[in-house]
Write a protein that binds this ligand. Structure first.
Ligand code: SF4
Length: 492
């Protein structure tokens, strides 16, 4: 769960109060990057009238953007929105909206369960947010926009700096999904697959670049099928090439890739395009053909491994990460063993693994051979232990190397530290201050931890050459003003 922040890109509360006319909106986001992107789109739609606040008690409008991928997120949503009833009793003018996947699924039931909600809308409905608010202002008691339109096209919304992180941003290139994996609710709540025109995507990236964004992640449920239905003007490899040509200074990433649709042309982009970072998230979900078939994934273990092999031939330093579901209905010990052997063979730098949880309305929720929780729990622990060791080994391989990093933010918990990201998507903690945020730097990695790395900035000597690896002047106790010998190669 995340509250969208102003990130210092707009005036603060006192400045807004001095202006007198701006209201405040709290946007709380559950779930995936797609939801995070949708929340920034809503912030952009509201930017003419509202500013953001992280404190719901301070807001005129609270929007909860929900996720129904896992049961836990759904429970959290009900308890959170339930707590807002008190706020509404104290301030009847407060507007409360629930949107996203749970809203799309539950529709009217949300109003019945929590009568203090004013608006319910799904992922397609969010683009009508200003009009829905106007209807409430005009006296309508409740507003709902949770129908799925087969002919939906994604409107172009000019990006506002509101809610943007300092250095990186998401850009959606498509919405919905036609795949119907048997465990997944997405096709039912986000509708059929629709791709945005390439021109709209290029325009949006241009707006972000003008705001100082240097790392752009293209989003879609299945980016590899971008443009398949026409109307986009190109396919996914074509889109990546267009972005690379037009914005050569950025770092480009994408997610999510369906292994079946990952083409050789897209794989070759990792070799051909300088902007495309050498990281691919390629969800495998399971290592056994029997389970993959029941999941309706349309690829076999062999086909997945062949694609990994080809990718590594094309781009030997590519960093691979994945998603896994443990304890899918009917998964036998042998199936699970095959998932472990696949992990052992591919050696992902990171794997996001979850116990299967049945989502109402999906095919797998109706399968009769559901596994007991203790079996799922035991398998998940075994898988995580194995992955932890593999991940650490991948991270340790970076010790002693020099990496190009984009500094993304001041460390949220450690004073005097910043967080940066390698091109391979590893998080690196470094000593440094806010002046580094948004800059491309080089650092030596000196320690691997389980899910992150520790680095020190490289020193640059008066002749202008990198020493390669240098002492960290911050570690020597210099003040920020003294960093004449810190190499912070700003590539932009
Ligand atoms: S590809 Fe499968 S898992 Fe991914 S969004 Fe579509 S149905 Fe869900």
């Amino acid at each position: 769960m995340k509250a969208l922040k102003n990130q210092g890109r707009t005036g603060g509360r006192h400045e807004q109060e001095a202006q007198g006319s701006r209201k405040r909106c709290a946007i709380i986001t559950f779930g995936c990057q797609m939801n995070e992107y949708d929340s920034t789109t809503m912030a952009s739609l509201l930017a003419g009238e509202y500013d953001l606040t992280e404190d719901p008690a301070d807001a005129h409008l609270i929007i909860v953007n929900t996720c129904s991928i896992r049961e836990k997120a759904e429970h959290k949503l009900y308890s959170l929105v339930g707590r807002f009833r008190r706020l509404k009793e104290r301030r009847p003018g407060l507007r409360i909206a629930v949107c996203g996947c749970v809203a799309q699924q539950e529709k009217e039931r949300l109003f019945q369960r929590m009568p203090h909600i004013d608006m319910v809308f799904g992922p397609q409905g969010l683009y009508r947010l200003p009009q829905m608010l106007a209807r409430l202002e005009a006296g309508q008691e409740r507003v709902m926009a949770a129908e799925l339109d087969e002919g939906f096209s994604i409107p172009a919304v000019p990006r506002s700096p509101l809610g943007l992180e300092p250095a990186r941003a998401y850009v959606t290139i498509m919405q919905g999904c036609d795949n119907f994996c048997t465990y997944c609710i997405v096709p039912y709540v986000r509708g059929r697959e629709v791709s945005r025109p390439a021109g709209d995507i290029l325009d949006e990236i241009g707006q972000l670049v003008d705001m100082g964004i240097k790392d752009v992640t293209l989003l879609g449920q299945n980016v590899n099928s971008y443009g398949r239905k026409g109307g986009a003007g190109t396919d996914f490899a074509g889109l990546l090439s267009m972005i690379d040509r037009q914005y050569p200074g950025i770092r480009l990433r994408f997610t999510t890739s369906h292994p079946r649709d990952l083409s050789v042309e897209v794989m070759e982009c990792f070799e051909r395009l300088d902007t495309l970072c050498e990281h691919l998230h390629l969800p495998v979900q399971a290592g056994s053909d029997r389970v993959l078939k029941r999941m309706n994934r349309h690829y076999s273990r062999r086909e997945y491994l062949e694609k990994v092999e080809l990718l590594r031939k094309i781009r030997p330093d590519i960093v691979l990460t994945t998603d896994l579901i443990v304890g899918f209905p009917g998964e036998e010990e042998e199936d699970f063993r095959q998932t472990l052997t696949l992990l052992d063979r591919v050696r992902f730098a990171q794997a996001f693994a979850f116990k299967y949880s049945p989502r109402p309305g999906t095919a797998a929720a109706r399968f009769e051979d559901q596994l007991p929780e203790d079996v799922k729990g035991r398998r998940l622990s075994a898988l995580l232990a194995m992955q932890e060791a593999i991940g650490l080994e991948c991270y340790r391989a970076l010790e002693g190397t020099v990496q190009e990093l984009l500094v993304e933010r001041v460390h949220p918990h450690q004073e005097g530290m910043v967080q940066a990201r390698t091109r391979g998507n590893h998080v690196v903690n470094l000593q440094g201050g806010p002046e580094l945020v948004g800059r491309i730097v080089h650092a030596e990695i000196y320690q691997a931890c389980n899910h992150s790395l520790k680095g020190r900035l490289c020193a640059e000597y008066p002749d202008g050459n990198h020493s390669g690896i240098g002492d960290d002047p911050l570690a020597r106790g210099s003040s920020n003003e003294d960093h004449t010998d810190v190499c912070t190669c700003d590539n932009t």
